[in-house]
Write a protein that binds this ligand. Structure first.
Ligand SMILES: [Zn+2]
Length: 445
């Protein structure tokens, strides 16, 4: 049978059309699968440090926003020895997951190089051509040697609410070091000679029996060391004080804070929140301000007290607040109130750099001077501030004028001393003998 040329031509066209359609359909399918699979899983391994030990906690964050996660494997390899340190399947095809792991102590790795390989797969349909897989390799140095601390005996006696200092050397570079007192961590600062110096304090709220300061250091590989300080805690009685809050005070003072508490209806309601909430926020803020400090001391000799002034309230006063005979609050007074003439010029208590010069909650117009190593002095209720942020001041330079801003009833200076963000008794820092015996002697060693 002879095929008519036209028929032959038509059959060829049909075949070509069929092939083209199939190819287009296949291509479309591939595009759909590509879109469905999405990109390769995104992974992040922290810490990025190149040192590690058995205490290092690694965090692996995995994300596959379209196909969903399938599994992850982490292998540690050293000298041909390979150990699976993490293997996790994700039957629920979750889109993201965070997993933490450590190198198992029983693995018996030795100090030196170690390679950590991470492979994360998702449920990509095109996995057979290598899609849906991400990996990373982190080269680490294992280090199991904790830093060795050599502590020079520092301050012998620390008063409740008072300060102390210690200096020490550490055998290797450290990530974090300072003095731990209960919940508080006082940062140490390395001096040009290589030694570390740390001011620390005994919080006024801490019972002497609980005061167990420790020098602490941890290195890049998270190896830790701690040495207890042999310091005697001296209990201090704090005075009880009663404060009546008259309407006159509330009516004249609370306008400073109405914008902060717009829902409160009466000046008394605003006051209650200022004296509790805002006071707490301000205290927390001091720890942030303390981070803005010079690594070397900027001060010398005793701190100045406001000239020709009388003490009105002490550090640690236990204040009960009364309104119309009813107790409405209890707080601790964290500085010393000094009254001179109205709008008396306020000298910088010691040399340093201005790290705050603005309205600061309960303190009103406030200046904080940094004296280095986390030691700072605070001047509040100022009528006028005459220094700018970051300005360098010398002991005695006028930084402003006393006033009644913030929670001040009458014109006075509320003066505070701060160690690593914690407010401490200023009296010690005014005392030349105390400074010599408790601070300077130990820094000269
Ligand atoms: Zn005060």
């Amino acid at each position: 049978m002879k095929i008519h040329p036209a028929e032959k031509k038509s059959s060829g066209m049909f075949m070509r059309a069929l092939i083209t359609t199939t190819l287009v359909a296949l291509l479309a399918l591939v595009v759909v699968i590509f879109l469905r699979d999405g990109g390769a899983p995104v992974l992040k391994l922290t810490p990025k440090s190149d040192s590690a030990s058995y205490t290092t906690v690694f965090t692996l964050t995995m994300n596959s926003s379209r196909a969903g996660l399938k599994d992850c494997v982490v292998i540690a390899a050293q000298d041909g020895k390979r150990l699976e340190v993490l293997h996790k399947n994700f039957p629920d095809k979750q889109l993201e997951h965070t997993e933490t792991f450590r190198l198992p102590r029983e693995a018996g790795f030795k100090e030196g190089p170690l390679e950590l390989s991470v492979v994360v797969r998702d449920n990509a349909l095109l996995s057979f051509i290598g899609r849906g897989k991400s990996s990373l390799v982190q080269n680490l140095t294992l280090d199991f040697s904790p830093p060795r601390l050599s502590v020079t005996p520092g301050t012998h006696n620390v008063n409740q609410g008072g300060s102390g200092v210690v200096s020490y050397t550490v055998s290797k570079p450290v990530e974090k070091t300072g003095v731990v007192v209960g919940q508080h961590f006082f940062q140490a600062y390395q001096q040009p000679g290589g030694e570390w110096v740390c001011y620390f304090a005994m919080p006024h709220t801490m019972q002497p029996a609980e005061f167990k300061p420790k020098v602490f250091a941890s290195d890049k590989a998270d190896n830790e060391a701690a040495v207890s300080l042999n310091v005697l805690a001296i209990p201090k009685p704090f005075k009880a004080d009663k404060l009546n809050i008259p309407d006159e005070f509330l009516n004249s003072k609370m306008s400073q804070y109405t914008a902060l508490y717009p829902t409160e209806k009466t000046p008394l309601d605003i006051y209650k929140r200022v004296n509790t909430e805002l006071r707490k926020q301000n205290e927390a803020q001091l720890f942030k301000v303390a981070q803005n400090t010079s690594p070397t001391p900027l001060w010398s000799g005793p701190f100045l007290r406001l000239p020709n002034s009388a003490g009105r309230a002490n550090f640690g006063d236990q204040r009960d607040y009364f309104y119309q005979g009813e107790k409405i609050d209890h707080q601790t007074h964290m500085g010393v109130d000094l009254a001179s003439v109205a709008n008396a010029p306020v000298p910088a208590a010691n040399s340093g750099r201005i790290v705050m010069a603005e309205f600061f909650g309960i303190y009103g117009n406030c200046v904080i001077i940094d004296h280095g190593l986390g030691l700072q002095s605070l001047y509040s209720h100022l009528d006028e501030i005459s220094v700018a942020m970051n300005a360098v001041v010398k002991k005695g330079d006028v930084i402003g004028k006393t006033g009644t801003t913030g929670l001040a009833g009458g014109d006075h200076l509320h003066f505070g001393m701060v160690v690593g963000g914690l407010q401490v008794s200023p009296i010690e820092w005014w005392d030349a003998h105390w400074i010599e015996d408790n601070i300077l002697t130990h820094l000269k060693k």
